[in-house]
Design a protein around this ligand. Structure first.
Ligand SMILES: Nc1ncnc2c1ncn2[C@@H]1O[C@H](COP(=O)(O)OP(=O)(O)OP(=O)(O)O)[C@@H](O)[C@H]1O
Ligand SMILES: [Mg+2]
Length: 237
């Protein structure tokens, strides 16, 4: 349902070309859950932002449901059925959680449905539904609301960039259950967490902007043992 063909991304830094992603080729199947992992700075967030259209690749092609979407905007990709939760969620001053959830779901007055989704991400709906989505919310609250915003879109493709970041440990199990319940969609989750890696249908290991290995969790996890933090960008450029 999603294909990345020879995706490369580079930027100019102090007059020099910096290669962030190099010739990434990946295929994502319908109804499968993929976890992208790898050292800090290896290009994971860059890759998922390219899939969503938040940044444009320097070269390569993105095909979604048989359609070349490489030059489409974020909105156009969202309309085709992609949703995205940021590593660092954005805030919207003046907009309430309920307004955003209604906009995201396309339903005007679905108070009961939106409350249920907030409960699913571990938030007491009564306390949050009318709160503005601003920087007064804690990091973990923002992460949870952002996950609820993705859930209410009911998309074909859900992308979560480090959804576990800032989520306290006792809620972690609920979070993994949410991902397990999303089995009818294709899910791409960027994560460093073993528990999330373990339930992937396929794990993709990125290193220095390249795909180092793809495979079942039991094939990829041993490569990470003792090196979960790793050196920045793999340390062997
Ligand atoms: N616009 C840019 N200009 C310069 N460097 C950039 C730019 N965008 C990303 N980078 C660099 O590219 C590398 C990859 O960044 P990216 O955010 O994709 O890493 P990541 O794998 O998501 O890391 P983390 O695990 O810390 O979230 C980093 O070294 C980052 O500093
Ligand atoms: Mg990142």
């Amino acid at each position: 349902m999603l294909k990345l063909e020879n995706i490369s991304y580079s930027v100019l830094e102090n007059g020099e070309k910096k290669h962030i992603l190099k010739d990434v080729n990946l295929s994502f199947g319908k109804g499968q859950t993929y976890v992208i992992t790898g050292p800090n700075g290896s290009g994971k967030s860059t890759l998922v932002k390219i899939i969503m259209g938040i940044i444009s690749p320097t070269s390569g092609r993105i095909v979604f449901d048989g359609k070349d979407v490489t030059s489409l905007s974020v909105d156009e990709r969202a309309n085709l059925g992609m949703s995205f939760a940021f590593q660092r969620p954005v805030t919207f001053k003046g907009l309430k959680v309920l307004d955003l959830m209604n906009t995201a779901s396309g339903k005007k007055n679905d108070l009961a449905g939106q409350c249920k989704l907030l409960s699913n991400v571990g938030l007491c709906a009564r306390d949050y539904i009318n709160r503005p989505l601003d920087d007064k919310l804690s990091g973990g609250e923002l992460k949870r609301i952002e996950i609820a915003l993705v859930l209410c879109r009911n998309s074909k493709l859900n992308i979560f960039d480090e959804p576990e970041a800032g989520i306290d440990l006792w809620s972690f199990e609920n979070l993994t259950n949410i991902f397990k319940s999303l089995k009818s969609a294709t899910n791409i989750i960027v994560s460093h967490q073993k528990k999330i890696l373990e339930f992937a249908d396929e794990v993709i290991l990125l290193k220095n902007g390249k795909v180092e290995k793809t495979g079942k969790p039991q094939q990829v996890l041993p490569l990470l043992a003792g090196n979960q933090c790793g050196k920045l960008r793999g340390g062997n450029e």
